[in-house]
Design a binder for this molecule. Structure first.
Ligand SMILES: Nc1ncnc2c1ncn2[C@@H]1O[C@H](COP(=O)(O)OP(=O)(O)O)[C@@H](O)[C@H]1O
Ligand SMILES: [Mg+2]
Length: 244
């Protein structure tokens, strides 16, 4: 498993934070990992993807050459909207083969790529292609980010169904504690979703990501969010790397 696709039950759910923190946790375990962004909306075309900038900050590394030359995010659009709309408004349709080639180029330099999606799984990338269509074409295992806000159970179970229907693997579900405002709802959601996943997706990891504390040292505050990786987590990723 050299590419993991990081998706979420919705937009603004913590995909960027999870991608950066998972990369940091894997880095700490000796994996040479880089992140990539499928398509970035809401940034000027010549700018670096703002999600990539946050990934690097969380990983504690400067922007890399592959960021500066946009390999880690070949398509950027100014309108903060669904990619299919942002792309249509810009007049430049993304060619997903360019993204696939970029991932391949990154894999020649890194052991692993964490590819962050745009929005949720059924977000249209073009008029003809959903994000999940692209993931299914590539066969990437998925990391699904969820939270404890009202409505999350439904969105999580729908996302899991959609992934399973395409015959794809849910590698992990990462619960971001950012929306735990109502503790009763959050605790009950965690309990319900954990049990559901244990029963219906026994191979899937359940991890938690803490809220970033407001301490002045940014790397120290990033470390406080680190998901605790189960001991065999890295092994499941590296098991098929002999043939890389
Ligand atoms: N664990 C966290 N601790 C602190 N802030 C967070 C956390 N997760 C998300 N956020 C904040 O919530 C917002 C949305 O998170 P982000 O990772 O950008 O979501 P997405 O990539 O799914 O759109 C951002 O402003 C981010 O700073
Ligand atoms: Mg994001």
């Amino acid at each position: 498993m050299r590419v993991l696709f990081v998706s979420g039950i919705d937009t603004e759910i913590g995909k960027t934070y999870v991608t950066g923190m998972l990369a940091r946790a894997l880095q700490n375990q000796g994996v040479k990992v880089i992140t990539q962004k499928l398509i970035q909306t809401g940034v000027p075309q010549h700018a670096i993807s703002d999600d990539i900038i946050i990934h690097r900050e969380l990983m504690g590394m400067p922007l890399q050459l592959c960021d500066l030359n946009h390999t880690t995010c070949p398509y950027r659009y100014i309108k903060p909207a669904s990619p299919h709309l942002a792309a249509a408004l810009s007049g430049q349709t993304p060619d997903l083969k360019v993204v696939t080639d970029a991932t391949r180029d990154l894999l020649s330099e890194f052991d692993m790529v964490l590819l962050e999606g745009a929005g949720g799984l059924l977000v249209p990338v073009t008029n003809e292609l959903l994000s999940l269509d692209y993931i299914a074409e590539q066969g990437y295992p998925i990391v699904l980010v969820t939270t404890g806000r009202l409505g999350s159970i439904n969105h999580t179970l729908l996302s899991l169904e959609a992934i399973r229907q395409r015959g794809l693997t849910v590698h992990s579900v990462i619960y971001n504690h950012i929306h735990d405002d109502d503790k009763q709802i959050a605790n009950s959601s965690i309990h319900y979703m954990r049990n559901y996943i244990r029963k219906h997706y026994p191979e899937t990891y359940w991890l938690g990501m803490a809220i970033r504390p407001p301490v002045p040292n940014s790397l120290q505050s990033a470390d406080a969010m680190l998901p605790d990786l189960p001991t065999d987590f890295v092994a499941t990723l590296t098991a098929d790397w002999e043939d890389k």
